[in-house]
Every structure is written in C-alpha cells, then in structure tokens.
Design a protein around this ligand. Structure first.
Ligand code: ATP
Ligand code: MG
Length: 204
C-alpha cells in the first residue's frame, strides 16, 4: 500500500514573503511530521481588495527565491494561474484531484486567520477536507478553539517565534527606507528593491 503523504499547504498573499511565514512552515513541517510544505501564493485575493496587491508573478518569484534552499518546501502556481478570485476550497479540490486519497492535507495559517477562514464561502467543506495548523504566539490561550473542535473541525495549534513580522510592516519599511534585514531573506529584499515593488508606497 502506498504511504499516505502528509502535505502542508501554506497559503498567503506573500506581498512580500517574510521570516514569519518561513519559520511557521518549518515549524509545522517538523512538529507535524509533514513530508513537504507547499507555498501557495494567492491569485487575486478575495479578502484584500481594499488595497492594490503586487502582481502575482512578482509575489510568486519572491516566494520561490525565499524557499529555494529548503528541499522540503515547494511553491505552487495553482492559484495564480487560475483566473478570477481565489477560493481556497477550489485549491483543496484541485489538490484532491492531484493526490487523490493518498494525501492528508494540513492547512497552515496564523491563528487569527482561522476564524476568518471559517467564515469563508464553503468553509465547512474546507474543514472536512483538511486539518488546520494554527500558528500562535507563545502564551496564546489554546482553549480558544474549543468551540470549533466541538463542531468537528480539526485544529492543531503550535507556537512559533517571529510572529510580530508582517508584510504590511515590511511594505511600510521599504517605502520609508527603513531596515528590512533579518525580517525577510536578503534575496527577497534585493528583488523587491530591484523591481521597485514598494518604494513609493504603492504596489506593482
Ligand atoms: P499582510 O500584513 O499584508 O496581511 P501577512 O504578513 O499577514 O500580510 P499573508 O500573506 O497575509 O502575510 O499571510 C499568509 C499566512 O501566513 C496567513 O495564514 C497568516 O496568518 C500567516 N502569517 C503571516 N505573518 C505571520 C507570522 N509572522 N507568523 C506566523 N504566521 C504568519
Ligand atoms: Mg495577513
């Protein structure tokens, strides 16, 4: 019998990707014994229409650059190549088509994002198809998911350092010419600079 694949999915806008994302994925990989983590940059995010998002190709390439040295990380074009807004449940369907029942899917997110996700269109279907791994700040009250667990939603939690890093803060740092070193890989910072992605506070 074929071994069941344990596949982590790290979805995000990655505008730009940073060490918070990378630390979280690595921690999930080890703590949950995953075979690999697939980074999935979103196409047109349904949730972030209040601001212009950097083009998918730039976000995809920064994600590739950031993950290139890790043999257990890969980046998928699944969402960015699909026209129209991104619905995660469609991604899960596509992954099911790809792997059939030979993969257990683990959807990795920040803890705060879990509540958002559970209000999404078709979230029940998503919850049925995968286990959530919610990254929490050290000291976060793990009892906060008890209600979701009672509803049969599988949510595991893990503590990660580096949770204060955000793409929003990074974009502001780029625009304000403040340091981004040690918050995102140098090659990502260089790519963003080279393409003036965030230099004037707007996006490309
Ligand atoms: P923005 O500031 O634009 O919202 P972001 O830093 O939150 O960006 P996203 O691309 O929106 O980055 O996040 C993708 C996923 O990574 C989400 O599940 C989010 O909760 C999680 N995440 C973001 N930042 C961190 C962090 N520092 N530590 C752990 N998880 C994070
Ligand atoms: Mg966010």
């Amino acid at each position: 019998m074929r071994k069941q694949l344990r596949l982590g999915i790290m979805g995000g806008t990655f505008d730009p990707i940073h060490y918070g994302h990378l630390v979280t994925a690595e921690e999930a990989l080890v703590q949950f014994n995953l075979d690999r983590v697939v980074f999935m940059p979103t196409g047109i995010p349904v949730r972030k229409t209040h601001r212009a998002v950097t083009s998918a190709e730039h976000r995809y390439l920064m994600t590739v650059i950031a993950t290139a040295s890790n043999p257990d990380f890969e980046v998928s074009r699944l969402e960015i190549d699909r026209p129209g807004p991104t619905y995660t449940v469609e991604t899960i369907h596509a992954l099911r088509d790809l792997y059939g029942l030979h993969a257990d899917l683990f959807f990795i997110t920040g803890a705060d994002a879990v509540w958002d996700i559970l209000t999404w269109k078709d979230s029940a279907e998503l919850a049925e198809a995968c286990t959530f791994i919610a990254a929490t700040r050290p000291g976060f009250d793990l009892g906060r998911f008890s209600e979701e667990r009672e509803r049969g939603i599988r949510i595991e939690t893990m503590e990660v350092p580096a949770l204060a890093i955000s793409s929003t803060d990074l974009r502001e740092r780029f625009a304000g010419r403040r340091p981004v070193r040690y918050l995102t890989p140098e090659a990502v910072a260089a790519y963003a600079e080279k393409n003036s992605l965030y230099s004037d506070g707007t996006t490309r």
